[in-house]
Design a protein around this ligand. Sequence first.
Ligand code: FAD
Ligand code: NAI
Length: 463
Amino acid sequence: MADTYDVIVIGAGPGGYVCAIRAAQLGMKVACVEKRATLGGTCLNIGCIPSKAMLQSSEDFTAAAHRFADHGILIDGIKLDLARMQARKGEVVAANVKGVEFLFRKHKIDWLRGEGRITGPGTVEVDGTAYATRHIVVATGSESVPLPGVEVDEKRIVTSTGGLELDRVPEHLVVIGGGYIGLELGSVWLRLGAKVTVVEFLDRLVPTMDGEVAKTFARILGKQGMTFRLGTKVTGARTGNDGVTLTVEPAAGGTAEELRADVVLVAIGRRAYTENLGLDAVGVATDARGRVRTDGHYATNVPGIWAIGDVIDGPMLAHKAEEEGIAVAERIAGQAGHVNYGVIPGVVYTWPEVASIGRTEEELKAAGVAYKAGRFPFTANGRARAMGDTDGFVKILADATTDEILGAHIIGPDAGTLIAEIATAMEFRASSEDVARTCHAHPSLNEAVKEAALAVEDRAIHI
Ligand code: FAD
Ligand code: NAI
């Protein structure tokens, strides 16, 4: 047996690496197993960070090409250097993953390079070498869900991984799935000049988000040039020299037709990843969707084995995984770490951004909760006007009796940053009046949040 640890974390994504750091802070001897050549997991290598780098670059490109003129800035002959844009994205990723390596060294966390396999409750084997440990944390993340009949080759039919690496702007990109990945990466290639068609099974986009926001989102993306085929399913794909031919038909059944694309992005969701992990051998229970079952406090049914992040139940978001990483390390140390699942923001980083926290109107109606809603449009916000970004609105939902904020939904400039104010307010169980009576700087986008809070009692000032 090689070294002995207090905790071995399997997977160095946002769940795993944050857990390793917190456990080390709490005085434990920690190792983290990662089979990828770099630390940071899906998020830093092929997810959150490279997608946001491409979203930023493509937004800057589109602003220079189409929006600067409104500000009186005239540039002739704007050209795209996609190779440089991709190289910059690589530099951003490299800096981030090196940052995690630095943090591991700082906290004396051993990186066990290779594939980890649990061979017993207190044993992890990494490429043939066995390590003993008191606790194992499974943080192996997720992978994209395949679509039967649409074979991914990461060149013409791609997942988000290939969709972030294209070396040419496709003439026609067909995106299957109108969720987070489809709309973010669809936006990237639309801005860079592709025709983009989104094929979505349901009759709406971003199904986990508020319906009113989703409708506005579809209208704004439509204005930007994105085309939607809602209520439509893809039943097959044929790849030839001139691209891909998809067969599509109405989701409810009906006449099939063909849709030609240069590149097809499959983005119909992600699923827990536990391949070769040895869960069966040690008897760790999983659910019908292959996710590791926990007791709600990250303990699996096998003592000493814990699980966090995308591999367990809940939204597949990096910040959710990070919070669980901290909570599980604290639980292992005998503390009371926990995550407030009612207050986890979700953000789609398109332009405008879409951000959501707490309950949607649909959820409140279905649960029979009496609520009040306050809305405020960005057209009435001075800063948004100065920026030239007036699309969208803020909506705050509060309990009809107690006025406690139950949810907030924002579509508009920097919505992902604005939602943090509501997250803090909800964490403190604030009322809409608490936010409404808080002094907000002028002129700021945050004033739209305050005005929406005022609107809950029908006393917004600027509408
Ligand atoms: P992961 O980040 O998936 O990390 C798991 C790691 O475990 C991987 O590195 C894997 O190699 C390793 N591993 C697996 N099995 C083994 C084994 N047996 N041995 C050793 N190593 C192993 N979320 C957001 O919150 N914001 C965003 O903007 C965002 N953008 C995204 C964009 C894209 C294109 C994608 C695909 C995802 C995005 N996400 C975003 C989701 C986010 O990436 C995940 O929620 C997050 O990475 C989950 O973290 P995790 O630690 O659970 O797993
Ligand atoms: P998603 O769950 O967000 O969206 C998938 C979409 O595909 C849904 O609208 C669904 O109705 C649709 N769909 C499912 N099957 C279909 C089919 N056969 N044909 C057509 N449409 C179909 O999943 P996505 O976009 O793949 O992203 C996976 C996860 O990664 C997200 O749920 C999110 O948790 C995370 N992510 C987060 C981001 C962020 O925080 N900004 C960005 C990207 C990903």
